[in-house]
Design a protein around this ligand. Structure first.
Ligand SMILES: Cc1cc2nc3c(=O)[nH]c(=O)nc-3n(C[C@H](O)[C@H](O)[C@H](O)COP(=O)(O)O)c2cc1C
Length: 198
């Protein structure tokens, strides 16, 4: 059975533009995969701890020195990685807040970055350890950044996912959402791009 992992990260929940476009994506995906299963991981609800001494000790420190809190963090990291590995396709809502990803998405990435588990270093550089699979990023922004040379967000997300082995990435942009009439046009274009995927 095919599985689609939907990673949500809008602070507006289902009302977020990235969530609404992801809903359109999921409807199309379900039509193409009637037996398929959709798994939702809401990073805002997930309440992943920010990287600090406790978290880094859980992810990189010796297991015999872990506290109960660190064992729980490591287990959560394992579960989130397994979920990514198990999915056949992944759709990620990527809202743009103050020029970057939601802070919760950064914390999520921090739990995914595990030497020997999701990436390794070789003599020729880093190698991602996840099997490649289609990943769709739904990038929603109030302004226009994509072609302006000032997008520090999607290049970062692509770099991170590629680092762990996921580099089959298509980006669906919905920009100018705070720019009057442009918003409607932008959302329509994004929906059309989504419709052409499955
Ligand atoms: C706290 C906050 C910060 C934002 N910062 C930016 C920004 O730096 N640049 C921009 O173009 N839009 C910015 N926006 C607008 C969002 O990108 C826009 O609302 C988008 O729809 C967010 O995705 P979402 O609706 O899925 O949450 C910001 C919105 C919020 C709430």
């Amino acid at each position: 059975m095919a599985t689609l992992l939907h990673i949500k990260a809008s602070i507006f929940g289902d009302d977020g533009q990235s969530s609404q476009l992801a809903t359109t994506f999921i409807e199309q995906w379900k039509a193409a995969n009637p037996q398929g299963e959709v798994i939702v991981r809401d990073l805002i609800e997930e309440n992943i701890p920010h990287m600090d001494g406790v978290v880094v000790g859980a992810l990189r420190g010796p297991a015999e020195e872990h506290t109960a809190e660190q064992r729980a963090i490591l287990q959560r990291s394992d579960e989130l990685i397994e979920e990514l590995k198990a999915a056949d396709e992944i759709v990620i809502g990527v809202p743009f807040y103050n020029f970057n990803v939601p802070t919760q998405m950064k914390s999520y990435f921090d739990l995914l970055a595990r030497a020997g588990v999701t990436f390794t270093y070789t003599e020729t550089g880093p190698v991602g350890l996840l099997d490649n699979k289609p990943v769709y990023l739904i990038a929603t922004r109030g302004g226009m950044y994509r072609d302006a040379g000032i997008d520090f967000q999607i290049p970062f997300v692509k770099q991170f996912l590629g680092f762990i082995g996921l580099n089959n990435i298509e980006v669906i942009y919905a920009e100018g959402l705070a720019m009057g009439d442009l918003a409607e046009q932008s959302l329509q274009q994004a929906s059309q791009q989504i419709s052409a995927i499955h």
